[in-house]
Design a protein around this ligand. Structure first.
Ligand code: AMP
Ligand code: ZN
Length: 109
């Protein structure tokens, strides 16, 4: 989609550090990491939010999360999806944050 940062990353128009990629999904390092490990798992289709995801895409996202955890040897991590303004979603091309490498608090702020 025109003007979408993640579509540009997927097309290679904006540089990113790719940690995993398959036909349907890409996983990149977050540009503004909130933990020592901060990866974004992004479907290649421009799907705006979590409630727009279809079954095939959700399967590929969960597989990508598992593959990233193996590649980076993560034995503990948090997965976050921010949906909508109250949750501070800033990019309306759905993505899942994988955060690791430090202790997290619960409940989240
Ligand atoms: P959210 O607030 O859940 O929509 O998350 C958007 C995330 O995208 C933030 O953590 C940003 O740091 C990250 N981000 C924005 N632009 C880029 C980029 N060019 N490369 C990698 N991560 C990015
Ligand atoms: Zn997009």
């Amino acid at each position: 989609m025109n003007g979408c940062v993640f579509c540009k990353i997927i097309k290679g128009e904006i540089k990113s550090e790719i940690v995993f990629e398959d036909r349907d999904t890409i996983a990149i390092k977050d540009i503004n990491p909130q933990a020592p490990v901060h990866i974004l798992v992004i479907p290649k289709l421009h799907i705006p939010t979590i409630v727009d995801i279809d079954e095939k895409t959700s399967t590929s996202i969960f597989n990508a999360i598992k593959e990233v955890s193996k590649i980076l040897n993560l034995n503990s991590f948090r997965v976050v999806n921010n949906f909508g303004p109250d949750a501070l979603q800033t990019i309306y091309h759905v993505h899942f944050h994988i955060l690791a490498g430090r202790k997290f608090s619960w409940p989240p702020g």
